[in-house]
Design a protein around this ligand. Sequence first.
Ligand code: ATP
Ligand code: MG
Length: 261
Amino acid sequence: MSRNAEVRFADLAKRYESPDGDEVLALADVDLSIASGEFVAVVGASGCGKSTLLRILAGFEEASEGEVSVGGVPVRGPGPDRGVVFQDYGLFPWLTVAENVGYGPRRRGAKRADARALATRFLETVGLTRFADRYPGQLSGGMQQRVAIARVLANDPSVLLMDEPFGALDALTRSELQVELRRIHRETQTTVLFVTHSIEEAVFLADRVVVMTGGAAHGVPGHISRVVPVDLAGARDVTSAEFNEIKREIADLVHAPRETV
Ligand SMILES: Nc1ncnc2c1ncn2[C@@H]1O[C@H](COP(=O)(O)OP(=O)(O)OP(=O)(O)O)[C@@H](O)[C@H]1O
Ligand SMILES: [Mg+2]
């Protein structure tokens, strides 16, 4: 894909106001560039600002300081160029699977038949062609998450934002979807920002893993403490020594005492 989907966070900070009027600095000093087509995973303890980072890139939240851009264009709000997948699939229960997937293109003016063709194409990508005319409530959680992925792909996003997308799935379905997501990423070359609590999932999927620490509960703003490249050639074997070495390096960073990060 030739379009530039480089993501840049420059000097980003995010302040929230707590219900009692105090200010919470959720994120500070975030500088990160994600190359076009790169897959970056974000890990870190609860409350360190992972979702905040993703939501700012999605355009759901405004940065308090600094800037985020995609392909050199500053983010000013949500847009179909950034497809977001959450843990709860967020499908429309009253639309069929194919209608869910074709929803974005339809909204942007695609004819019914064209939206249907796009839906067919992306349901094939996620292996759900046979379920096009079912309703979300008739599918398992893993299948619904596949539909959610097909739905954002149908918008032809430059960036895919995923916030713990497989967190609610059983272990077997989760590892199936991880393998599928790697294949989809290879095929689409979309830039991906993927938030997860699972270090193993991050190392399995990503080109680089961003380790965040801090957060309100630690008395320091959430920030990036290290970016770890995953230099593993070929198919990733979660049982290999190299894989587990990277996993351990990241786990040590995630769990490091505050003074050392
Ligand atoms: N809308 C909001 N108003 C006030 N504070 C918020 C808001 N959203 C997030 N925060 C605070 O910002 C900090 C970071 O939250 P965030 O949801 O980004 O963390 P996270 O790393 O995604 O955590 P988790 O792993 O539990 O999902 C937390 O201290 C949280 O309480
Ligand atoms: Mg979160």
